[in-house]
Ligand binder design. Structure first.
Ligand SMILES: [Ca+2]
Ligand SMILES: [Ca+2]
Ligand SMILES: [Ca+2]
Length: 299
């Protein structure tokens, strides 16, 4: 559902609700959620009161029911996500009802809007993936898990290196068709983005491939989802569709035959700028910088 359709539906609801309220004296409250331009609709997933503003709750399938970024701080002056407020902690709600917190020391923040929950090593326990940014060495991808009743880091990639050098996670998917998930990120998406693919086993991220010339974020935007995993050639294996470095084209990357390989690309009339919305079975909507949206089909 797009933003204007949602707005129309909300307006209809408000009119209907006000008519009902005029007729029947009931005690009721209306709540409204405003979506930032380009943001995916997340209605129904209530943000905890202590969560980082404008962030997203991650949902797990195993020992972690939910995860979110918390303890807002202004101690990292980068601002690529639209403001200078980042998270100082990540919090989880375990499946058995406990709330656990992992708090960073003062020299770093979680420079992110999502707490992504996946079982990235297929051991039946969930990991939380968040971008960890240090004052001096920039960003890395941190995985946290519940061990002995505590939320602790269980693995981390090497920092990009250098203050304000950021990375944006692409997501988790089995892109090489071996039955195990891969973790994909884009290093420095604003200044020469490089796609990096990792396996996570034994608490270690091991790089299995990389490809230069991509980007999945527009600087200053809250939209972090400029990419999608879809099977464009119908062989049952997911490809990654992601913008080129200048975001004026989409690149379809195959990842199951050795190094990441561009299979095809298509030019856009304006740079991609918002979260991609997959429209099964054979389409996706790509918001563009000029306000239009591109509908991409592959059948
Ligand atoms: Ca796991
Ligand atoms: Ca795999
Ligand atoms: Ca495919």
């Amino acid at each position: 559902m797009n933003y204007s359709t949602l707005l129309l539906a909300q307006l209809r609801f408000l009119v209907l609700a006000s008519c009902l309220l005029a007729a029947v004296p009931v005690h009721a409250q209306l709540r409204i959620s405003i979506l930032a331009a380009g943001e995916t609709a997340d209605f129904g997933l209530t943000l905890p009161a202590d969560a980082l503003p404008d962030s997203h709750v991650g949902r797990g399938r195993n020992d972690i029911a939910a995860a979110w970024l918390a303890e807002p701080t202004e101690r990292y002056d980068h601002g690529v996500l639209g403001d200078y407020i980042e998270a100082g902690a990540v919090r989880v709600l375990t499946r058995d009802g406990r709330t656990l917190t992992y708090r960073l020391p003062d020299d770093s923040v979680f420079e992110d809007l999502y707490a992504r929950v996946h079982d990235i090593d297929s051991d039946g326990r969930d990991e939380v993936l968040v971008v960890h940014s240090r004052q001096q060495s920039g960003s890395s991808l941190m995985a946290l898990g519940v061990r002995d009743g505590k939320l602790v880091p269980v693995g981390e990639t090497e920092p990009v290196g250098g203050r304000h050098r950021w990375l944006n996670p692409v997501g988790v998917a089995d892109v090489d068709n071996d039955g195990r998930p891969e973790v994909l990120v884009v290093l420095t998406p604003h200044i020469g983005g490089t796609l990096v693919v990792y396996h996570f086993t034994g608490g270690k991220f091991t790089e299995t491939g990389r490809l230069a010339g991509v980007s999945n974020h527009r600087i200053g935007s809250r939209a972090l989802g400029l990419a999608a995993f879809v099977d464009i050639d119908g062989d049952g294996i997911l490809e990654l569709v992601i913008p080129s470095q200048d975001r004026t084209a989409l690149r379809a990357i195959g990842l199951h035959q050795g190094p990441p390989l561009e299979q095809t690309r298509i030019a856009l009339p304006s740079p991609a700028s918002g979260d991609f919305e997959v429209r099964p079975p054979y389409g996706m909507v790509v918001p563009l910088e000029d306000g239009r949206r591109a509908y991409i089909r592959w059948r």
